[in-house]
Write a protein that binds this ligand. Structure first.
Ligand code: DGY
Length: 425
């Protein structure tokens, strides 16, 4: 019998076609997000082996209980996973996955589009022009701010923050400051970025861009005190999650011109534009803010790749293999209901459940791996291969070579080179 996959909303077809090769796929056809009631009803049928869900669905104990013991994986169609209770997934023995990396460029480009929109006042000028106001060139009309030489403050220097920093540094000659829970040598190497504390970012940056996950410690990370520290000429851009900014503090800062402006793709009480309906009148008339409706990853390239990655994660788990981008990593492979591997700690699983024990096997795995899987394992924050080589087989030289490898072929060559030297010795 073919496994059954529930897809909670229509998504681009690349992943769907992959799934259809091995599974029966049911795609919810409603316009807009599926209602909680409807999703619960479907899951209570206990017939699904996998659910491909969206950030609009809250995946928690109640839902997983309803799904029953058939369910093996919840594949989120998003990199952010604040909609998923990971502890509940692990408790139920269900793998949870997300879609990192494949949307980095799309989100970074949208972040920069927002920066430009607010700094060059594009939506405001567009509204004005449409009203027929343009009567001739004006030396004082819609004066904005340039990027060249300005300071960009990245809060959350992970995969997306790093791409934003690279584009702004290399394309616009911006200086980069960054703050995160740990230093990121890659962003420093690529953009000459300086690691500073949060207050320094706020005080010194001309543009502050948020790229942190929505977790307890980032809720209202930017509030009254933080806005008060920013330059009057500074802009804030949020393409991460709404609750990172305190809405009241933001409105206060915009109304009082404590900062120059804000550009937001996400909102604290999403999908509502404002939590407090009384604030609607205020924000809808403010010219120093630009809104987009959570579309930072909305490119055909990113959305098709997200669809593909979610599908590949599902097929891996249904075939008893490691998914590419598991997020509840405390659930070991032997915890997967159809798992085939028993000891997840002493080996490194590079791809598709392959067990690797030495450099020769790593070379083979890297050669077979697709670029998506490679990119997931090698990014500024993870560098799985280098860490595995350092910690497990304790080869510092190979580890250093792998750490520098940014592409799959560089990594293969690094391992080959190291093996050649070892054989010659
Ligand atoms: C994500 O992936 O988390 C975005 O917010 C939607 O693509």
């Amino acid at each position: 019998m073919r496994p059954k996959v529930l897809v909670t909303r229509k998504i681009p077809d690349r992943g769907i076609n992959i799934l259809k090769g091995q599974c029966d796929v049911e795609i919810c056809q409603q316009d807009g997000p599926i209602s909680r009631k409807e999703l619960l009803k479907k899951l209570k049928s206990k017939k699904y082996d996998a659910v491909l869900c969206l950030l609009t669905e809250k995946i928690d104990d109640e839902l997983l209980d309803a799904a029953g013991s058939n369910l093996k994986i919840v594949a989120n169609y998003a990199v952010g996973f604040d909609n998923i209770d990971l502890k509940a997934c692990t408790k139920h023995g269900i793998i949870a996955t997300n879609t990192p990396n494949v949307l980095n460029q799309a989100v970074a480009e949208h972040t920069i589009a927002l920066m430009m929109s607010i700094a060059r006042r594009i939506p405001e000028a567009d509204r004005w022009t449409r009203k027929g106001n343009y009567k001739g060139w004006d030396p004082n009309g819609f004066i904005g701010t340039e990027f060249n030489g300005k300071i960009l403050g990245i809060i959350g220097a992970g995969r997306i923050g790093t791409v934003v920093a690279k584009i702004c540094n290399k394309g616009f000659n911006m200086k980069v400051l960054y703050h995160d829970v740990a230093k990121n040598s890659y962003i420093e190497q690529e953009t000459n970025a300086r690691f500073v504390d949060l207050n320094t970012i706020l005080r010194e940056s001309d543009f502050v861009s948020l790229h942190v996950p929505a977790i307890e410690t980032t809720r209202h990370l930017i509030s009254h005190k933080e806005f008060a520290m920013m330059k009057k000429t500074a802009y804030i851009i949020n393409t991460s999650r709404g609750p990172v900014i305190n809405e009241d503090a933001l409105i206060h800062a915009l109304e009082n011109k404590t900062i120059a402006g804000a550009a937001l793709d996400v909102f604290e009480c999403e999908p509502k534009l404002v939590c407090d309906p009384n604030n609607y009148q205020i924000v809808s008339h403010l010219d120093n803010v630009v809104f987009t409706p959570h579309i930072a990853s909305a490119t055909i390239e990113a959305r098709q790749s997200m669809s593909e990655l979610a599908a590949k994660n599902i097929l891996a788990v249904l075939n008893g293999e490691m998914p590419i981008t598991q997020i509840n990593t405390d659930l070991k492979i032997n915890g997967i209901k159809k798992g085939i591997i028993t000891d997840a700690t002493s080996y490194f699983y590079a791809n598709n459940g392959m067990v690797i024990k030495n450099l020769t096997e790593l070379q083979t795995a890297l050669e077979k791996m697709d670029d998506q899987a490679f990119n997931y394992h090698v990014n500024s924050m993870k560098n799985d291969f280098a860490n595995w080589v350092k910690n497990t087989i304790k080869d510092q030289v190979a580890s250093a070579l792998l750490e520098k490898s940014r592409t799959r072929s560089q990594a293969v060559n690094a391992v080959k080179h190291r093996l050649k030297i070892m054989i010659a010795a």
